[in-house]
Design a protein around this ligand. Structure first.
Ligand SMILES: Nc1ncnc2c1ncn2[C@@H]1O[C@H](COP(=O)(O)OP(=O)(O)OP(=O)(O)O)[C@@H](O)[C@H]1O
Ligand SMILES: [Mg+2]
Length: 199
């Protein structure tokens, strides 16, 4: 595989959040969270984004995953020798591409459904995006739990039955289970601390 192959290109990305005020909630201004951001990530590259609090790091990651749609600019994701402008593709294409771009949020506690057991949290992405037999799903769930340093026998526990660091590992396992080609980690230093033997 060509290591120099581009996997993500962000071109002149702008994300503005409208500011509403007054009785009629009129748009009176914009928060310019991202202003003309451009960079490229190649296959097998690890890129860090550093900046002060509120400078737009989380917004950038949410925008790459289309959770926050860009106001202007392009997000080009390359997969299987094809390039897709994520903010221009059809909804159907976006649904097909989503499994290949995974994100671990800055606050993984709020991204794990407290009513779902670890088994459901980890098997759900596989059932949605990969056609695997129940036995294969079970094996993949066990394998990923071991790889993030969790005990596979705890698979029927709920998120609140784990420590904070263990919960972060569940969020990492959920992002990794689909074997994505692009992994986005918000605040990776704290995530790496909790998984320091594995990264
Ligand atoms: N949904 C939203 N609506 C309005 N403004 C928002 C929204 N999300 C983020 N912002 C604003 O956009 C700016 C960038 O926020 P963001 O969360 O991306 O910062 P950050 O770099 O991740 O900060 P931190 O290091 O504290 O996590 C901030 O001024 C924030 O208040
Ligand atoms: Mg942030």
């Amino acid at each position: 595989m060509n290591k120099k192959e581009s996997i993500l290109k962000v071109e002149n990305l702008k994300v503005y959040f409208p500011v509403y005020s007054g009785f009629f909630r009129k748009v009176t201004g914009y928060i310019r969270a991202l202003e003309k951001v451009s960079f490229e990530i190649k296959r097998e590259e690890v890129v860090g984004i550093v900046g002060e609090s509120g400078c737009g790091k989380s917004t950038l990651l949410k925008s790459i995953t289309m959770l926050v749609p860009p106001t202007e600019g392009k997000i080009v994701f390359s997969y299987n020798k094809n390039s897709y402008v994520l903010n221009e593709v059809t909804y159907r294409e976006l649904v097909e591409l989503r499994p290949f771009i995974q994100i671990v949020f800055q606050d993984p506690f709020s991204s794990l459904n407290p009513r779902m057991r670890v088994w459901n949290l980890l098997s759900e992405p596989l059932q949605l995006h990969a056609s695997l037999s129940r036995q294969d799903v079970k094996e993949r769930v066990e394998e990923i739990l071991v790889s993030v340093g969790l005990d596979p026998s705890h698979v029927y526990r709920f998120p609140h039955q784990f420590s904070g660091g263990e919960r972060q590992r569940i969020a990492i396992a959920r992002a990794l289970i689909l074997r994505p080609s692009l992994l986005l980690l918000d605040e990776p230093t704290s995530l790496m601390y909790h998984c320091r033997h594995r990264f």
